[in-house]
Design a protein around this ligand. Structure first.
Ligand code: PLP
Length: 365
């Protein structure tokens, strides 16, 4: 089988560095909120280009806590898209605010600014654009809509470590940017981890309290908080991997080019990179009206693929209660029926991509 991702291939050249980092933490005897996290936060903020980064337990928590930090609460509304990974929705639900969905642009599959605008009400307390697959949203238009109405933007950057829009990193446009370091992400820990980036010192300070039981100083709790910390071992591992992130992103872009050159089937559409975008191809997602047949054809040829995501949020059993119906988000619904993610990781061999492309090119629906 050609695997979808290959963690071992990434680990091989890094093994010594990773082991040294883990050993350093074990020897320090300090496992939570220590020197490794402080250093990682500084290094990650510098990478993204924000003043602050606050490490938390996961990308879901990063979105949840960032929303609380910008003032989202029960009775308010938060707008995001109908075709996101469900944790975006879980994070909004955890704030107690109402989840409001917008449709996506058919080419980039990211938030459609016009649809967003039509969903804003006097109760809208935040907008969560999702830079899906590593393709940036149209941040110029989204931020303009938000700015005119003074609504904070919390970017979901879980799939966009190093993605640029108009030459600027995703995570720097909104009031806060939420990152996931889930193992499969372009920057992945060996467990759960996440971070919020921001230029707002009050948001950063509030997040530091929220993630640690609302504690301001030892045993003084000034707000109701959570246990959501990025631990020292994961921080030390992420510090090693962060040094390679740009190199890995370039390797992904090279592989996206190989796919682009190799795919010739008229039954598939290749992913579009908007003229203002620099994509980091967290996923390489093609579209086909014959998606399910193509997926089994590829499976028969020993090629692993996945679908991100087969069911839009409003048609998920858990979110029927939002009151939307089939047909409400035509672009998101169509995408969910057609998208197919091909194997994509920095170490993926050209010969494997050639095999995948010929299997697709010989697919006869
Ligand atoms: C778009 C998106 N948002 C949020 C998340 C949540 O991140 P985590 O799994 O670290 O909680 C993920 C990843 O799973 C994601 O892909």
């Amino acid at each position: 089988m050609i695997p979808f991702v290959d963690f071992k291939a990434q680990l091989r050249p890094l093994e010594k560095e990773i082991q040294a980092a883990i050993r350093r933490v074990l020897k320090s005897g300090w496992f939570i909120l220590g020197e490794e996290l402080r250093a990682f936060e500084e290094e990650f903020a510098a990478y993204v280009g924000t003043q602050y980064a606050v490490g938390v337990n996961s990308g879901t928590d990063a979105i949840h806590l960032a929303l609380l930090a910008v003032g989202v609460k029960p009775g308010k509304e938060v707008v995001t898209v109908a075709n996101t990974c469900v944790p975006t929705i879980c994070a909004i639900a955890a704030t107690g605010a109402r989840i409001v969905l917008a449709d996506i642009e058919p080419e980039t599959l990211t938030m459609d600014p016009a649809s967003l605008e039509s969903k804003i009400t006097s109760k809208t307390a935040a907008i969560v654009p999702v830079h899906l697959y590593g393709h940036p949203c149209n941040m110029e238009e989204i931020c303009e809509i938000a700015r005119q109405r003074n609504i904070p933007v919390v970017e979901d950057c879980a799939q966009a470590h190093g993605t640029l829009w108009q030459g600027r990193k995703c995570g720097t446009f909104g009031h806060a940017g939420a990152f996931s370091f889930y193992p499969t992400k372009n920057l992945g820990a060996y467990g759960d981890a996440g971070a919020v980036v921001t230029n707002d010192p009050d948001v950063a300070a509030f997040l530091r309290k929220l993630r640690n039981y609302g504690e301001e100083k030892r045993y003084t709790h000034v707000t109701q908080g959570f246990n959501s910390r990025l631990d020292e071992i994961q921080a030390a591992i992420l510090r090693v991997k962060l040094k390679y992130l740009d190199e890995w992103n370039v390797a992904r872009r090279i592989r996206a080019d190989w796919y682009r050159q190799g795919l010739r089937s008229r039954s598939v559409e290749k992913p579009v990179e908007h003229g203002e975008a620099y994509c980091i191809y967290h996923l390489y997602v093609i579209r086909s009206p014959y998606r399910d047949a193509l997926q089994s054809h590829l499976h028969d040829h020993g090629i692993s693929t996945l679908i991100h995501y087969p069911i839009p949020v409003h048609l998920q059993p858990a979110y029927r209660k939002l009151g939307y119906r089939e047909g409400d988000f035509p672009n998101a619904e169509k995408a969910c029926k057609e998208v197919l993610s091909l194997p994509m990781y920095p170490e993926l061999k050209k010969s494997a991509i050639n095999t995948i492309c010929s299997a697709i090119n010989t697919f006869d629906p």
